[in-house]
Design a protein around this ligand. Structure first.
Ligand code: C2E
Ligand code: MG
Ligand code: MG
Length: 717
């Protein structure tokens, strides 16, 4: 054993009476005898606090070598065991009556395992009671139970407080060795208390942070300034099972004399971050379909658009195409099958959009049944092919929640060109194209053209003016006669006219769609019903009322309005007019919601009001649909009549329609009859009634009355 007497240790010359002689030989023999038993760890410290002797066992328990300690003052170390030893020595020194005090302290040995040094610090005094030095005799134990027990013997009040805390609390020394840890912290990291006490904090951090921590401690040791003291920061923790999770760590520092203790308060951020992530996801994504919301879409597209256009003057090997999609009358799906089917159909739609459009396309849901997609395309032709494919795929049957659904879809599209500098411009063009499709009846694809902007402006202006048309008395009805094969007026169709005080006459084929899009069709229809019934009452009084007067009812009004109820109200004072009133509804409106149509037409029939299917053949339905409807008349669209008898195909179609309608017990009316040849053909195939310029243009009520009056004379004679 190598003993190096300290310079400061000698000098008193009073060794003789020491209770424990300061004789190196004695010390060595004592040490050896204890060592032989294989239990003791020894250290001798002189009265100046300098370590004069230590054996390898003691040094090893402190993760040091004897040479690190011998000849050095304890105060020069920052080690929990040496600090505890120095404190105990100070206590013994202050108490002359006490020769020895027990000391238990934690340590991490050279082998890296936690251990407890447990033993006694004895005073080495001379005969006069003066302290010469202190001998520490310890045994060390790595027994986990003993360590756990030791950990449990902390101050119970403090321990209770710590354990009651929701946050994790770790107490460590300045080297990062954990002295104490509360229950929340154990739970957080998945360790038992005894697995942590005495180990380095870094075991709770994933690698980059644990390295940083070591560096931080190093720098702290050098500068004595800790960067995170008092300030919290977000970092990562690592659980026993290796999983890494976000934590908020704030560290406090307690100094007692030379010794420093750190208290770390750790809060698990996983839940908060997950909630934040979810909230920001929800703010940016449509919860139903998972695609972006409108705002997020605009942001992402804007960024993409700018980055791409900056790079290569806008073209960068491709163009941006914006597709604006809107399901026509999507509410019909919800109403017919329920929202779950509607939702499933929307999800399927998004899947199909994703399939059809190139990867990296940005998709968003703008409104319930409205989507937009920004895609990169090679050229305009590519965009057109994609748009057609989109329309084909999205209008193909969708199996949604145990129902087959077929959607009608309007697609408006715009492709980036020299005139498009921002996303907003492209978006505006795609929207105009969408409006154009919808205005033309929907269920089609339309690419932006410059005329659309003008048309949209006109529609907007018309909408504005139409709002005041009723109060300004700019609306009136004209009546077109409907004649039988002998040319006698049997009924009439009321047609709406709008004569704007500045714009002049506006065609119903222009303003009726505007009225439908803006919802103005509701008050307008009401005005038509009221005016026509008033006119019929006058004609009845004059004895010139035709068998039936037909009014046009728009699909929207027919399917949603409280039509039957309103007619009952209006006819209450004129019950006799019921069997003279007829309503024309388009084939599209009737088949769009067959259930509602059947019910409404049934109610009307009960009132005595007859219904006719208008523009038959212009839509996509067939007689198989029509036969389910309680209607009395079928009006064959002008498009079929226009080139009979020259066009053999139309001849065959008209003949077939008349034949089938007959079979179903329906009266046929041919629209748009302009020539005698057309009339003769129609009569020859058995068409019951005809309407067209040949017999009379839409005319003022008095003119129609005159016609009716005029033909009554020969009949009566
Ligand atoms: P519609 O119900 O099919 O009306 C027949 C249209 O054909 C009328 O056009 C009529 O003037 C026109 N017409 C009749 N005979 C001939 C002909 O021999 N040759 C040609 N070229 N055309 C003929 P109009 O009055 O311009 O009405 C257009 C459409 O506007 C109507 O088509 C109807 O769908 C709608 N409409 C008119 N009035 C109303 C109304 O009061 N309410 C609603 N909801 N729609 C209306
Ligand atoms: Mg009509
Ligand atoms: Mg018609």
């Amino acid at each position: 054993m190598d003993l190096q007497p300290s310079d400061q240790s000698g000098g008193s010359g009073r060794d003789g009476g020491a209770s424990l002689p300061r004789d190196p030989v004695f010390l060595a023999s004592l040490a050896s005898s204890l060592l032989d038993q294989g239990v003791a760890a020894l250290v001798y410290v002189d009265r100046n606090g300098v370590c004069l002797h230590t054996d390898d066992r003691f040094a090893a328990a402190l993760a040091l070598a004897p040479a690190d300690l011998i000849g050095k003052a304890l105060a020069g170390f920052d080690h929990p065991v040496l600090s505890a030893l120095a404190e105990t020595i100070a206590t013994v020194t202050r108490m002359p009556d006490v020769d020895a005090l027990p000391l238990d302290c934690q340590s991490v040995g050279r082998d890296g395992h936690p251990a407890i040094l447990s033993g006694t610090v004895m005073a080495h005094r001379d005969g006069g009671g003066a302290t010469l030095g202190h001998l520490g005799v310890f045994h060390d134990t790595g027994d986990p139970d003993r360590i756990a027990q030791f950990a449990a013997c902390r101050d119970t009040f403090v321990a209770t407080l710590l354990d009651a805390a929701v946050d994790g609390i770790i107490v460590s020394d300045r080297t990062g060795i954990i002295r104490s840890i509360n229950r929340a912290c154990c739970r957080l990291f998945g360790y038992r208390d005894s697995e942590l006490v005495g180990r380095n904090m870094t075991m709770l951090m994933p690698p980059p942070f644990s390295r940083d921590h070591d560096r931080f401690v190093d720098s702290y040791m050098k500068t004595d300034r800790a960067k995170i003291i008092g300030i919290g920061r977000e970092t990562l923790g690592q659980r026993k099972d290796g999983t890494v999770f976000p934590i908020h760590l704030s560290v406090g520092e307690a100094r007692t004399g030379n010794s420093v203790t750190f208290v770390g308060i750790i809060r698990d951020l996983s839940e908060r971050l997950a909630a934040e992530k979810r909230a920001s996801y929800l703010a940016r994504h449509d919860p139903l379909t998972g695609v972006l919301t409108r705002t997020a879409f605009l942001e992402e597209c804007e960024a993409l658009f700018e980055s791409r256009t900056d790079a290569a003057g806008g073209l960068d090997g491709g163009l941006f195409a914006l597709f604006s999609l809107d399901v026509d009358q999507f509410s019909d799906v919800n109403e017919a099958f329920g929202f779950h089917v509607g939702d499933a159909a929307l999800k399927a739609m998004v899947n199909r959009v994703t399939e059809v459009l190139p990867a990296n396309t940005i998709i968003c849901r703008i409104a319930a049944d409205e989507f937009a997609a920004l895609a990169r395309v090679a050229d305009v032709g590519h965009a057109r092919r994609l748009a057609d494919l989109l329309h084909d795929r999205l209008t193909a049957s969708i199996y949604a929640d145990r129902h087959w659904v077929r959607l009608r879809l309007s697609v408006g599209a715009a492709v980036q060109d020299d005139g498009v500098h921002t996303l907003e411009e492209l978006n505006a063009k795609a929207k105009l194209a969408l409006q154009a499709v919808q205005h033309d009846g929907g269920n089609a694809v339309c690419f932006y053209t410059p005329e659309m902007a003008a048309a949209a402006t006109r529609r907007m202006m018309l909408t504005m003016h139409l709002t005041h048309a009723i109060e300004r008395e700019e609306l009136h009805l004209v009546y077109q006669p409907i004649v039988d094969s002998e040319g006698r007026v049997r009924s009439a169709e009321a047609l709406l006219r709008w004569n704007h005080h500045v714009l002049g006459p506006v065609s119903p084929s222009e303003f009726i769609p505007v009225a439908e899009e803006s919802g103005l069709i509701v008050p307008i229809t009401d005005w038509v019903l009221t005016s026509a019934i008033a006119q019929m009452a006058r004609w009845e009084a004059e004895g010139v009322l035709p068998d039936r007067v037909f009014l046009n009812i728009s699909g929207q009004q027919f399917l949603r309005g409280n039509l039957t109820q309103r007619l009952e109200e209006l006819l209450a004072q004129h019950p006799s007019l019921r069997r003279h009133l007829g309503l024309e509804i388009t084939e599209q409106a009737a088949v769009r919601d067959l259930k509602v149509a059947v019910r409404t037409l049934g109610e009307l029939a009960e009132l005595g009001i007859q219904a006719a299917i208008d523009d038959f053949g212009s839509g996509y339905s067939s007689l198989s649909y029509v036969q389910q409807l309680p209607v009395a008349k079928l009006k064959i669209d002008r498009a079929f009549v226009i080139d009979v008898p020259e066009n053999p195909k139309n001849n065959a179609l008209v003949r077939a329609a008349v034949g089938m309608a007959r079979g179903l017990g329906l009266v046929t009316v041919a629209e748009g009859v302009e020539t005698a040849e057309q009339r003769d053909f129609l009569v020859s195939v058995g068409c019951d009634l005809m309407q067209g310029y040949l017999f009379g243009r839409p005319m003022a009520p008095d003119a129609l009355a005159a016609m009716v009056r005029g033909q009554r004379v020969p009949t009566g004679s």
